[in-house]
Ligand binder design. Structure first.
Ligand SMILES: *Cc1c(COP(=O)(O)O)cnc(C)c1O
Length: 380
């Protein structure tokens, strides 16, 4: 029996990636600049529309870090961040010596709760400190409640740094994720919907912000023949080789979105008669998720088995799955920081699971997954 590992989300090449890499070698553009970097940025700008300006960077984390720098976050400042996320959303707040303030999710999109956000802002202001920025996340590709979050941010005049690392190709009311924030971050890490092996991008609505980003990402060199610096620089630009992978990946992005959404439909279909399982789905037609990862929540009281039982059962069949993100306010390194909200994201963490979701899943992979699930849920 074929028992090779089925991954949660693995790189899926389109075919032309090596063509762009070869071109970089042939022309000796083996550097953190060159035609692939420029071309990849153009491809992304055309895809996201909305007149955005994109700076390709070495990672999504680098984009979030520079995003905070550009929004003027400094040591001692406070930054509000969605608690239910990957640690890279908030680590850069600590890089700058600022303090993260965590906010719970709402149950519809699993993302930042607009009411908890407003409560957090009011309370921080009453304590004498107005937050410098808000970091909401489109988790698993599901758009956050952009209109409501933006209304709160506008009311208190606090800029949004949008973490769109998981949501390239997702839309809210027809508008692309990555275009809602004052600044947004994308990621092209190996497990994301498209990959450059490692990489990211900063999205803004101004050419000046893009130019400033590139300046900071290339060691902040002043215009002088010698090396002159009046600001702290970073080495965060994307390599022209990695950008070549990105150009190839952009050719298949739409196709990969459809395949990921197909995996979500596969699970919706499988679980349609399993009342103890809820598949994470868009609340209504305003939301279009790229379904980067397909997730479920299990009612373990009704089922008599837990999400851990399911994870271990699938692992026995060499099928990778993973608990949902452990909220940041429950992490040993972050638990000392303020938190606003209830137990929405904690409940999701305790009862949820990410299932194999790659765009490269074969029919035989799907058969193995549905056999293993059928066994666990006693469906014959
Ligand atoms: C992947 C990811 C990041 C970081 O991106 P890298 O390119 O891996 O640095 C940030 N936020 C979220 C939500 C992510 O999933």
């Amino acid at each position: 029996m074929n028992n090779t590992k089925i991954w949660l989300s693995s790189p899926h090449m389109g075919g032309n990636e090596q063509h762009y890499i070869k071109e970089a070698f042939d022309t000796n553009w083996v550097a953190p600049l060159g035609p692939n970097v420029t071309g990849f940025e153009k491809d992304l700008e055309q895809f996201l529309k909305d007149d955005v300006h994109i700076a390709a960077l070495s990672s999504g984390t680098a984009a979030l870090h520079l995003g905070l720098v550009l929004l003027g976050v400094e040591a001692g400042d406070e930054v509000i961040c969605q608690s239910f996320t990957f640690s890279a959303s908030c680590n850069p707040i600590l890089y700058l010596g600022a303090t993260p303030v965590f906010v719970d999710s709402e149950p519809e999109t699993w993302n930042m709760s607009p009411t908890d956000l407003e409560e957090a802002i009011k309370d921080r202001i009453s304590k004498g400190k107005k937050p410098k920025a808000i970091v909401p996340v489109h988790l698993y590709g599901m758009p956050f409640k952009a209109n409501e979050i933006k209304a709160v941010a506008d009311k208190y005049q606090i800029p949004i740094l949008e973490d769109s690392a998981e949501a390239l190709g997702s839309t809210y009311k027809g508008r692309n994720c990555g275009t809602f924030g004052d600044i947004a971050a994308l990621s092209f890490n190996g497990n994301k919907i498209i990959t450059t092996s490692g990489g990211g991008a900063l999205v803004s609505h101004s050419k000046a912000v893009k130019e400033k980003t590139v300046f900071l990402a290339t060691q902040a060199r002043d215009a002088a023949p010698h090396y002159q610096h009046s600001e702290i620089g970073y080495n965060y630009r994307l390599s022209n080789i990695c950008a070549g992978i990105g150009r190839g990946q952009m050719e298949v992005l739409e196709k990969h979105i459809n395949l990921r959404r197909g995996m979500h439909d596969f699970y919706v279909d499988f679980f349609k008669d399993v009342k103890e399982v809820t598949v994470f789905t868009e609340p209504n037609s305003d939301y279009f998720s790229n379904h980067w990862l397909s997730c479920i929540v299990i009612d373990s009281n009704a089922l008599g088995k837990t999400s851990t039982d399911l994870r271990l059962a699938l692992e026995k069949e060499n099928i990778e799955c993973r608990p949902l993100w452990k909220p940041m306010h429950l992490q040993p390194i972050f638990e000392k920081y303020p938190y606003y909200g209830g137990e929405v994201c904690q409940q999701l963490f305790e009862n949820g699971l990410c299932l194999p979701s790659g765009s490269n899943m074969t029919e035989s992979d799907k058969k193995r997954i549905s056999d293993a699930l059928s066994n666990f849920f006693n469906i014959f």
